[in-house]
Ligand binder design. Structure first.
Ligand code: ADP
Ligand code: MG
Length: 203
């Protein structure tokens, strides 16, 4: 069961990232250095290359190892941050935490590592509202939970358009970063959708 879950998550997340890599890179070209899609594609393809090994592990170990692979392969600012997300989730899973508490620990690790919070126009502007939504709605029927998670991620990404970046490369632009979606928030939204797709298909 768990092994299939890990495999499905890796396949779907990689698919979504590869499908939208050009879009992520275009967003990063507007307010960064134009490599976010390339970085994410490289990292997720590396995960997919190791899918057999990762799928043989329990969820906690798979998350921790996947996080280390992303740190090594994504590069840029986002590699260590997505690595922290998965390693934090893996650590919580190992301690017996459920999905909502796993995500909370992962997001807290991203915030510590990035010295960032909500409103800095980063991936955290999607990850934090999604994590809060999961904590609030964890007991809702699955279709409602998935709808709320997807809607929260979509609205949270859109909300980054109006923000001024205060972390990462986009912060060098100051006011000129306003009017553009944040690339890391866009990749986080894609990953939320990928997880929802997998949970929907398995339900
Ligand atoms: P780089 O900026 O090094 O080229 P990427 O382009 O891969 O790295 O990733 C950029 C994304 O990383 C940004 O859009 C933002 O969402 C995220 N990011 C950058 N710095 C931080 C930070 N300090 N905290 C959280 N997220 C960050
Ligand atoms: Mg970049």
């Amino acid at each position: 069961m768990t092994t299939d879950l890990v495999r499905d998550l890796i396949e779907r997340a990689t698919g979504r990232i590869v499908e939208h890599a050009e879009e992520l890179t275009a967003l990063d070209r507007a307010i960064g250095d134009g490599d976010h899609g390339i970085n994410m594609q490289r990292g997720f393809e590396a995960l997919r290359d190791e899918v057999d090994r990762l799928a043989a592990l329990d969820l906690a170990a798979a998350l921790q190892q996947a996080g280390m692979i992303l740190v090594k392969t994504v590069g840029g600012a986002s590699g260590p941050l997505y690595g922290s997300l998965l390693m934090g989730m893996g650590k919580a899973a190992k301690e017996g935490a459920g999905p909502a508490a796993q995500l909370a620990e992962g997001v807290a690790m991203v915030a510590r590592r990035g010295k960032a919070d909500r409103g800095c126009k980063t991936m955290l502007d999607v990850l934090i509202p999604v994590q809060e939504c999961l904590s609030e709605a964890a007991d809702a029927p699955l279709p409602e939970l998935l709808r709320r998670l997807r809607e929260t991620a979509d609205a949270a990404l859109e909300a980054t358009r109006d923000m001024v970046a205060t972390r990462g490369r986009a912060s060098f632009l100051g006011e000129r970063s306003r009017g553009h979606l944040d690339p890391g928030a866009a990749s986080s939204r894609l990953l939320v959708h990928a997880v929802c797709d997998v949970l929907e298909k398995r339900s």
